[in-house]
Design a protein around this ligand. Sequence first.
Ligand SMILES: Nc1ncnc2c1ncn2[C@@H]1O[C@H](COP(=O)(O)OP(=O)(O)OP(=O)(O)O)[C@@H](O)[C@H]1O
Ligand SMILES: [Mg+2]
Length: 331
Amino acid sequence: MSTQPDYSVIQWEIFNLPEFPHIPLRRAVTKDKHPQVPTIEPHVFTEEHLSEFATCVWPSDDGDPQPLLLSGPTGSGKTSFILQLAARCNVPVFRVNLNGGTTVRQLKGSLAVRDGATYFNPGVATMAMEFGGWLLLDELSAAVPPVAMSLFPILEPRGAVLLEQAQPVRCVTRHPHFRVFATDNTIGANMEAARFAYRGTNPDQNVALIDRFGGMCELTYLGQSEEFDIMLQKVPDIHDVVLEGLIRVANLVRDSEDAPPFSTRMVENWARRIAMGPYRELTTVEVNTKKYQSDPAFIMSCASGAFLRKQRTNEQRTIIQEIIVRIFGEA
Ligand SMILES: Nc1ncnc2c1ncn2[C@@H]1O[C@H](COP(=O)(O)OP(=O)(O)OP(=O)(O)O)[C@@H](O)[C@H]1O
Ligand SMILES: [Mg+2]
């Protein structure tokens, strides 16, 4: 078993969350920071999601903790919600991106050879369970049925997870601070209409699998002023008027029926490209005024690199281009 950290928990000192002091979040006390504890970045949390998180992770009745499922469109902050809470709670995250090629052995562990001798190499779920970290199962719907089935005992608070490849065969010893989270783009009634957009997934994931999640958060994109504030923190060199325009574009695309999802990730990538400036040396005046940032041709070329070229159809690309022209003018 891996070394267990000095892992007593204390009442968390609130980070940027003065309005929710009643939500009992905790912070692990460790001598050294585990390398898999994420780095703190600016993040907007909502009370609704934090309460759901706290209810599942640290139930106030001291009963069994429950796995938490996060659903919502791409780039709505599902993965970063868990990573940013883990960063603030000082907990290592053991993350796996489920896909058609993910195997049960990658989760539980397999035999490996070193210096002519075999040994058991623990998988990501086993490491999280034994160390007492948070297991983050990204893209749950992409798990193939045998992998989905192997998750059942991992998701049950006292499920016995058998390590068939260990020598001798044994069950995982669960650390009391182990918790499980999963993210998904397709699960839940809110995602019904968008489901077809996420190929390579199994949206009709086994009901029994979903049933094992004791809680669920449905994430949506940030409101305009929150997205503006967070982008300004992440991309401080962006001109605020230009940033306002980018966020208006994002929201018009999100509101438009035939347009593809417009994620916060796309806004950030676009803003960063604009803030970096054109690929030539800038004069001091240009740097100081940031005027080049509002040039419609430059804005459109940054949009091409950030997301326009990646659109699936010409129609979708045209819808977004037209909205950009409406906000920033013709090149
Ligand atoms: N509430 C938020 N506060 C701060 N940043 C956010 C928030 N929501 C999303 N972002 C930013 O948007 C980007 C995408 O977020 P994230 O990767 O968490 O999305 P996701 O929902 O997991 O997407 P996917 O379904 O594609 O995996 C990140 O850069 C993240 O920091
Ligand atoms: Mg994600």
